[in-house]
Design a protein around this ligand. Structure first.
Ligand code: ADP
Length: 485
């Protein structure tokens, strides 16, 4: 792979401000999912490196938290600028290791960078409160950085899922130790190289690539220096990390799985609904936690919706994300295609009709055909489970109450969408949906200015917006008494 700046291609760990092999010189392979090609052998760190990184984060934080917020802001803004200056290289690395088309990778780098800029600014606005006074005492609440933060991130957004954790943490004066996903460490390592160039002090942000997530994760959740664990990934691993954090009562932020419904009412703008559902379902080949997982369409508009939706899916160009013509890339691993296919097959066995796709693709072991299923019901796995692939089951409903009940019939509660032109319905349904985020006539709901996060088993905490800082702050109450002496 030819980058404009080859020094962004890093394969070592970044610990205490230095690039290093793992202590035992072990590595693990990173592959391109579109071609199966070996991209890199990356340092495979373990327990000792994790402990060292945590210790140096603690040391680095002592002076970082004492800097004026403006000084931290200036450094973070330099990092933001460097990300944008290197967008092509960061996007190439991302497409190579993750598979998404280049235009999506460029978009993700800009999106990730926007969190650095946003929180650089917001870090200057950490305000406290004063409480009602009495004659001889004053009561004040101040906010302080929570301490060393450990972050564990997934492969589906190898840049942005890191940026929106590290930016608020550093902006308020914390230090961070990060374990990126083993599938996509190269984006994380390029990102920390740019942080280093921007002047982030040594030790403040370490990146620990590993294929042994359990060992590194176990240390992060048990080490008493770490005061907070922030995680994006599956609900199953999130629950495990929460249990592990309980022993030392660490704060956690959890951005977990979703099972997003998109409800299309008879009174919807059909073309708007079709394009919103397409983008939401198939972006990143269906591998986002806010992807429309269940398309729920009212009976009167159902046939027309399916026809337009299927016609649009049939126009997709599947291929290697590095090819400009590609609209949709591979999924992350061959194992993922097998998992996706098993959900499709189980739906078919229970009566689902394949409108298009429905099988592995000839393009390679990580490709799955964009698929649309009808005649589906709420007992099928494609209703109950997160699909995380390019498969769209389209369910039918009759009444508003039925749609709300179907939408809420899940343990997940991340994002939900609805399409309607009726003002009253827009409010009624939005408020009845048990989700952290609701998009009305819009599925591209994410940005740095909004509070991203879920309810129920989709997690806790918010990323982005002014609320995103709270996840990295503690409130301290100070009572000043004896004022009448
Ligand atoms: P996915 O199935 O989409 O890969 P995971 O929840 O397994 O989602 O992965 C998200 C992140 O969690 C990755 O960085 C992965 O390495 C990490 N992870 C997986 N298992 C553990 C574990 N036992 N402890 C800590 N981190 C883990």
């Amino acid at each position: 792979m030819q980058l404009k700046d080859n020094s962004l291609f890093k394969t070592q760990a970044f610990i205490s401000g230095e690039w290093a092999n793992s202590d035992n010189n072990e590595t693990f392979p990173v592959y391109n999912p579109a071609t199966g090609e070996l991209l890199a052998e990356v340092a495979n760190v373990g327990l000792n490196e994790t402990r060292r990184a945590i210790k140096s984060a603690h040391t680095a934080m002592a002076s970082w938290r004492e800097l004026p917020a403006k000084a931290r802001c200036d450094i973070l803004e330099r990092w933001h600028t460097l990300m944008l200056e290197n967008v092509e290289d960061l996007a190439l690395l991302m497409t190579a290791e993750q598979g998404k088309p280049l235009f999506e990778s460029r978009g993700e780098v800009a999106y990730g960078a926007s969190f650095i800029k946003w929180f650089a600014e917001e870090g200057k606005r950490v305000y406290g409160d004063t409480m009602p006074a009495t004659s001889d005492r004053r009561s004040i609440a101040i906010k302080q950085p929570i301490g060393v933060v450990a972050a564990i991130t997934p492969w589906n957004f190898p840049n942005a899922m890191i940026a929106r954790k590290v930016a608020p943490a550093l902006a308020v004066g914390c230090a961070m130790v990060l374990k990126p996903a083993a599938e996509t460490p190269l984006s994380a390592l390029a990102l920390v190289e740019l942080a280093n160039r921007a002047g982030i002090p040594p030790g403040l942000f370490s990146v620990l690539p590993t294929s042994d997530a359990a060992t590194v994760g176990n240390e992060m959740t048990s080490n008493t220096i770490v005061k907070k664990v922030t995680f994006t990934g599956s609900t199953q691993v999130g629950k495990l990390l929460m249990k592990q954090c309980a022993d030392t009562v660490k704060r956690t932020s959890m951005e977990l799985g979703g099972n997003a419904p998109i409800i299309i009412f008879d009174d919807a703008d059909l073309d708007l609904a079709v394009s919103g559902a397409l983008i939401s379902k198939y972006r990143n080949s269906g591998q986002t936690c806010i992807c429309a997982n269940r398309i729920i369409v009212q009976a009167g508009i159902y046939d027309a919706f399916v026809k337009k939706f299927v016609a649009a899916v049939n126009k997709f160009t599947i291929g290697n994300g590095l090819d400009d013509k590609t609209s949709h890339g591979p999924v992350i691993t061959a194992k993922a295609t097998i998992e996706i296919h098993s959900k499709v097959q189980s739906a078919i066995a229970e009566g689902a009709v394949v409108e298009t796709g429905g099988n592995f693709s000839e393009l390679g072991e990580c490709f799955y055909q964009p698929t649309v299923l009808t005649n589906v019901n709420d007992q099928m796995r494609v209703f109950r489970e997160e699909i995380f692939g390019p498969v769209a089951p389209i369910f039918k409903f009759s009444t508003e109450e039925e749609a709300i009940a179907m939408a809420n019939d899940t343990e997940f509660g991340l994002a939900a969408y609805l399409y309607t032109e009726h003002m009253g319905r827009c409010w009624r349904v939005s408020e009845a949906l048990e989700y952290g985020m609701v998009g009305v006539n819009e599925t591209a709901i994410s940005s740095e200015v909004i509070p991203f996060g879920g309810v129920k088993e989709s997690g806790q905490g918010r990323e982005g917006s002014k609320y995103g800082l709270d996840d990295y702050l503690e409130i301290k109450y100070i009572c000043i008494g004896g004022l009448q002496r």
